[in-house]
Design a protein around this ligand. Structure first.
Ligand SMILES: Cc1ncc(COP(=O)(O)O)c(C=O)c1O
Length: 323
């Protein structure tokens, strides 16, 4: 019988699809569709991985609460594992979170606390500090995807090997957005161990730190940081979930380009991803255009555009100059 034990056994093994309509000639561009995961994002992989690593380490025991600052997808990945394993989940998020994500988290039984987006990470009102306060007050477990090594390790153990196998080891470039850095770090390390010539390329919003950090080896001054409208990628510091030694290049993408790429990809391929997927697809195509025909560029689309329908429409985008 082919009966899985729980929804957690459906995570991973997502399809890799050629983008020959979005990028018709030259190097082959293919996208790994992470919205095929059960809660529709790449973060399903790390939700269960961080919970099982904490159980193993004895940091998470039956009946405990889990609290996590999240842009939404990690919360949902955690929600699946928490409800199957019997933990309560609290998510802190910023005002940037889409309405769809809040409703999805609540539908899965999570408590959601919204915090201001325009405060520094160490401000007591920030979604990081509120999560830490709840950890202390409620004796909760805080996975903290930005520090938790189970995050990049989950991608090293699952996403990386899948890309290698699905391309018969022929992948030459891997392109992914950098949020916590877990995806690009884990996949990058795995692919480079198989073939050191594989090039690992990050995608960063204008106003974030990763591109600057790769070029200068230090953070930009705070006045160079800007708020961007791409969901899920970019950062204002370098988290421990990011392993910079595996990253060869970082391509910067602005909001408008990323949002436009979402529709370019949807209308050419029927693949509807979120704005971070749009940024990744755009950067991967720019890269593919400067490579020879025998290159194989794999990009990763973290989630679905359906999760952002309240943003991915003419009204919302028009008001923000994204059309
Ligand atoms: C929508 C979305 N895209 C991309 C990413 C980036 O993935 P990673 O955190 O593994 O760098 C995230 C992470 O939060 C995300 O939520």
């Amino acid at each position: 019988m082919e009966i899985r034990q729980s929804i957690l056994d459906t995570i991973g093994d997502t399809p890799l699809v050629a983008l020959r309509r979005y990028h018709p000639t030259g190097a082959l561009l293919a996208a790994k569709l992470e919205f095929f995961n059960p809660a529709s994002s790449s973060k399903d992989r790390i939700g269960v991985a961080m919970i099982e690593a904490a159980e193993k380490a004895g940091e998470l025991r039956p009946g405990m609460t889990i609290v996590e600052p999240t842009s939404g997808n990690t919360g949902l990945g955690l929600a699946l594992a928490a409800l199957i394993k019997g933990y309560k989940l609290v998510c802190t998020a910023t005002t940037k979170i889409s309405r769809e994500k809040v409703l999805m988290l609540e539908a899965h039984g999570a408590e959601v606390i919204i915090c201001p987006v325009d405060v520094a990470a160490d401000d007591p009102r920030s979604y990081y500090k509120v999560a830490e306060r709840i950890r202390d007050e409620r004796g909760a477990f805080l996975p903290y995807q930005y520090y938790n090594q189970a995050n990049p390790i989950a991608h090293y153990e699952t996403t990386g090997p899948e890309v290698w196998k699905q391309t018969d080891g022929k992948v030459t470039h891997f392109v992914a957005g950098i949020g916590t850095g877990g995806t690009i770090s884990g996949v990058g390390k795995y692919l480079k161990e198989q073939n050191p010539a594989v090039q690992v390329v990050g995608v960063d919003p204008v106003g974030s730190v990763y591109a600057y950090y790769l070029e200068h080896g230090k953070l930009p001054s705070p006045d160079e940081l800007k708020i961007y409208m791409i969901d899920g990628i970019g950062q204002s510091y370098i988290p421990e979930s990011y392993w910079p030694q595996y990253i060869d290049e970082v391509i910067t993408v602005d909001d408008r380009t990323a949002y436009q790429a979402v529709f370019d990809l949807t209308r050419s391929e029927g693949i509807f991803t979120g704005s971070s997927g749009g940024a990744a697809a755009h950067a991967a195509r720019e890269l593919a255009r400067r490579l020879s025909d025998d290159a194989l560029v794999v990009t990763l689309l973290p989630d679905s555009g359906e999760r952002y329908l309240s943003k991915l429409n003419e009204d919302w985008m028009g008001e923000r100059g994204l059309l």
